[in-house]
Write a protein that binds this ligand. Structure first.
Ligand code: ADP
Ligand code: MG
Length: 344
């Protein structure tokens, strides 16, 4: 170790991963893709690959048990991993679940967590095949690894978008972030006065988006049925802006993204306005929607046109054209990621 001390916050999550892993060289021909995409790609036979992705959820960082029911937490922990397999255009088949838990939790609490894990296994057709259990000094940590499969020719990487490809997003955005704002507000109210019951009236949709996000296995199926093979794909865990920039960087493209095209549910917009936030900013920078963001060749546009589950929000450009967000007045603003950074 050198004498210098660099603070984690100075680097940020992605530069830290780069710094730690850039000197590693893949040594096995079966390791088709290592670090840098939503899942690693491992060759298993001539025409099939295995996809592997890991995500960790830490109490106090990723969830607050004051308002996150353990059953939902278990479900979400599986869903976010299945989502990463979807982002490679694969089918999740197995998970392993590792937990570190303090003696603050009774057995019944962990059973509740596992009932959520089981519900997600059922919903996504995945099998729990192992894991690890250990103690922690404080709090709960859940790490899940998902293993999926795909035909080699159908794996979709972040890196193969081309100039003029259309940028498409599934579902609607910003809801999970607004759900979090509502839950945080009610937590503050409750902390100040425990006699006041939380008021989540009218916020069912956004609260559900935060507490029980779904991996879009249905979108992967629709794309297959429509015979659309995206040229690149990523799932939206950190916020639309950050994920678009990941696709642009990996594919070496620029992009134009149009404000008025970004799909936002009416309840998300109303909640945002209620909080004095701009709904589009919430969609761009709020995280955890777990929708899929992908690019398609222009020739596939007719196949997805009018599809209620998919919205074209822009297109890729030559890298020298830059990465821009076009606002409602037609002004081009450089696209910036202001999403989650766990070291801030
Ligand atoms: P996602 O948001 O899709 O889960 P991440 O942003 O967590 O992806 O990770 C980006 C890439 O970096 C992935 O390929 C992941 O496997 C890899 N990665 C993240 N953390 C580490 C680490 N500590 N060591 C090695 N690889 C890592
Ligand atoms: Mg991902």
């Amino acid at each position: 170790m050198s004498q210098n001390r660099t603070e984690l916050g100075d680097l940020g999550e992605f530069r830290l991963i780069d710094k730690l892993t850039s000197e590693f060289r893949l040594q096995n021909s079966s390791s088709e893709l290592g670090v840098g995409d939503d899942a690693a790609v491992i060759g298993v036979s001539e025409h099939t690959v295995q996809l592997i992705s890991t995500d960790m959820l830490v109490e106090g960082v990723h969830f607050n048990l004051m308002y996150v029911p353990l059953k939902h937490l278990g479900y979400k922990a599986v869903a976010v991993n299945v989502s990463d397999i979807c982002a490679m255009n694969g089918k999740a088949e197995q998970i392993t679940v590792s937990i570190a838990v303090s003696n603050r939790f009774p057995v019944e609490a962990l059973e509740e967590l596992y009932s959520g894990i089981q519900a997600a296994c059922q919903a996504y057709g995945v099998d729990l095949v192992g894991g690890d259990t250990t103690s922690s000094v404080s709090g709960l940590i859940i790490s899940i690894t998902a293993i999926g499969s795909a035909r080699k020719s159908e794996v979709v990487y972040r890196s193969r978008a081309k100039e003029m490809d259309l940028l498409v997003v599934s579902g609607d955005l910003g809801g999970a972030y607004m759900g979090l704002q509502v839950l945080e507000r009610e937590k503050e109210v409750f902390t100040a006065n425990p006699d006041i019951q939380p008021d989540l009236e009218g916020h069912d949709y956004i609260v559900q988006r935060q507490l029980k996000p779904e991996a879009r296995i249905d979108i992967i199926r629709f794309l297959k049925e429509l015979e659309v093979l995206p040229t690149s794909m990523i799932d939206i865990s950190d916020g639309l802006a950050s994920e678009i920039l990941h696709l642009c960087k990996a594919s070496n493209t620029g992009c134009f993204v149009y404000d008025e095209k970004i799909p936002i549910d009416a309840t998300t917009s109303m909640a945002a306005i209620d909080f004095n936030l701009d709904p589009v900013t919430c969609a761009l920078n709020g995280g955890e929607d777990y929708e899929l963001l992908f690019t398609i060749d222009q020739s596939d546009f007719e196949k997805i046109k009018g599809n209620p589950h998919m919205t074209v929000i822009g297109h890729m450009t030559h890298p020298s054209d830059g990465k821009y967000f076009i606002d409602k007045n037609g002004s081009a603003i450089p696209l910036r990621a202001q999403g989650w950074d766990h070291f801030d």
